[in-house]
Design a protein around this ligand. Sequence first.
Ligand SMILES: Cc1ncc(COP(=O)(O)O)c(C=O)c1O
Length: 514
Amino acid sequence: MDIKKIIDGPLGRVDPRVAGFVYERLKRIPLVRRIVDKEFEGMLDGMEEEAKPYKGEFETFARMPEKGRARQEILDEMRTFSERETDKWKDGYVSGAVYHGDEGHIDFLNEVYAINSQSNPLHVDIWPSAMKFESEIVSMTANMLGAEVANADPAANKAFPGEVVGTVTSGGTESILLAMKTYRDWGRAQKGITSPNMVVPTTAHAAFDKAAQYFGIEQKRVPITDAYRADARAAKKLIDKNTVVVVGSAPAFPHGIVDPIEELSEYARRRGIGCHVDGCLGGFMLPWARDLGYPVPAFDFRLPGVTSMSADTHKYGYAAKGTSVVMYRGQDLRHHQFFTIADWPGGLYFSPTLAGSRPGALSAACWASMVSIGAEGYRSGAKKILEAATQIKAGIAEIPELEILGDPLWVIAFGAKDPQVDIYRVMALMTERGWSLNGLHKPSCVHICVTLRHTEKGVAERFVEDLRESVAEVRASPGGEEGAAPVYGMAATVPVRGMVGEMLRRYMDVLYKV
Ligand SMILES: Cc1ncc(COP(=O)(O)O)c(C=O)c1O
């Protein structure tokens, strides 16, 4: 069975939801199941080899060794892995992923981690330092994002009175999950909403879909305009009596564009509902970009309608992976995030975020990153990143076959305006040249998220040169199907969501194979 033929064929012409439903039903027939299984196995074979490069070369441990291995042996092996994995990001070949990466900074954070490795903020009595770090991380982040203005007028938003507060979480996804759960519970408590919905732009991060699934919140999708920002008027029309929150991104992951937060938040404020701004990617860049004179629309707590924000310290906050901040307008709203239980036999229990025990060392490293870099350091980091991005944008603009989507600052998505050029083939050829870029769809494009790694001498020039060569190569050999091009092509056109979802689930199974 050729899955692609079916997708492009009969199933491709029916409504995606109907096709998905038909596929789910057909799959229950044992023969169909066997054919599907075989087909997926074939597709995933090559992927397993790629995902498990150490298999065969290093010892694997399906079971614990009876006798422990020597520490030195373990350290040596890990150094080997690290050496093989470091060059790519260190030399600036990777989009996003490592946002700082200077050796001195990494060594410093590692030292901070080592000092605090036993710390667990769940036990505030044993490690009070952990809460010192976390409360200050929240406060520093909030003040960077307009809390001083919001706090000067705590009654600016009638439905959400109070000063800006927040918590440290494990990452952007947890910040978003918690914020959406908070609005669900707030809606139930304040407005008696039992079937809540959230109004979310299609370009908002997948974490919002995850929240919708996890917490049983209906997601109403706001289309984007030709400028790749959320259509605020469409969002307004989607708000109804069961809407608990309107979402905007600053900026959104795919095309790096900031949504019209001022309008979105004002619609929300007038309806007395929440407005969450996802600043996971931009929270630690936009304030400095604005200081530097770049065109940054209002996006933070300075706007009275903005009632919560997420900002990732583990991205442009330059902390180690594993921290983010979620902030709320008012303690009352934050209370809907907190978990407490008074009748558990294990004692009185409370926890502010999803996890119970948490890595206090990561919060310590996050605090140390912020305090050691300071506003001046963040501003100069942002300056370098924005300048490298400007250089990259100018380079892309000079390649006639390509076009940049919208008018981004430092997350630059580009697609092909020449129908002869398949952008996924360009991406595959960039991969052959060592680059690791992000493939996106709807519309088909690729992005590079510029970080401090790309500000090193020669990196931006190398990117543009390699891109020019890759495009020329695609033009010279129309019809080629190298790399991920067919997979992305299929995912972009596939109407059978269930089928793609199944492939991704099976890929995760592969990842967890020893
Ligand atoms: C805009 C935006 N929101 C949320 C996230 C999720 O962050 P995390 O991967 O830390 O969970 C990302 C990650 O890239 C993002 O770009």
